[in-house]
Design a protein around this ligand. Sequence first.
Ligand code: G6P
Length: 362
Amino acid sequence: DASDIEKGTYSHFMLKEIDEQPFVMRKIIHEYQTENNELKLDANVRQAMKVCDRIYIIAAGTSYHAGLVGKEFIEKLAHIPVEVHIASEFSYNMPLLSEKPLFIFISQSGETADSRAVLVKIKELGHPALTITNVPGSTLSREADYTLNLYAGPEIAVASTKAYTAQLAVLAILAVDTAKAKGLDLDFDPLQELAIVANAMEVLTDQKEAIEDLVREYLGTTRNAFFIGRSTDYHVCMEGALKLKEISYIQAEGFAGGELKHGTIALIEEGTPVIALASQDNVNYSIRGNVQEVVARGANALVISMKGLEQDTDAFVIPHVHELLTPLVSVVPLQLLAYYAALHRDCDVDKPRNLAKSVTVE
Ligand code: G6P
């Protein structure tokens, strides 16, 4: 129960939950590991993943953004095609389903009505469903065939932080487990890599003052902000923009770097903040090109890069982690940017206007 959870020395649950992320990673490693350091996963989930020919991820909000990254994990590691759908949109244009679909519902609360409506519908059609949730006894968990738990502990702040990174960690574990069950050759140990992620998160949560300075410099009085990235970074940009808009009310959007020239660049004015992510080697050159384009039009560019890919003018550098797992780390400075932007505007960080933690009506 939320009222039993204490903020301790924290002024807001959101900051506490951001800081808890390294511990959540270690908890997940512990829960999904056997005594022999092998992956531990429900055998029924393993079997369902092994026999399906296509995965349909259904989610809303931040969980949808986790699904976009999860698709990459599953396709790259387990070689199963994945579609990611916004729950509320799914029924209007239901895709033609494959012969052996598996539905994965990603939901922190396990109570989101839009997602539940899809679950009810696909169960009527007789398809199997797996729910990935932070709340074991929740509706989506009870009504699905299988559940994977996030072990993130109660998330109280409306803006989701630790549940997002927990979702990514569990999706990575699921993808690797499936790859192994299918006999695919992998040189990626998710538990070991997640331990490195946990340490990197700790380095970042220790840099709050640096992030607060960036908020003063880049987001001080702005009414809007753009996040740009390519590939995986693009999906993290969508989440970074959602965090910023939901708690600071700054109008923010995440854009694919390559799409700038197709419209968005028209919005860049003198002083427009553009936050660019550069955590992926294969798109580093291209995203740098986008940064130059917006800077040439007056943008105030804040580049967040990963160690090894950084340039002198970058505002912030995140520690190096495995390139598949960069979202778990690059999202942390974006969460903190949103937090301090909201704080500096005297916004109600934990309970932003018009929003609910869990939306149980369609
Ligand atoms: C609400 C919350 C969001 C959350 C979304 C999906 O809109 O404010 O933070 O991402 O619901 O919630 P779920 O519990 O299904 O992950």
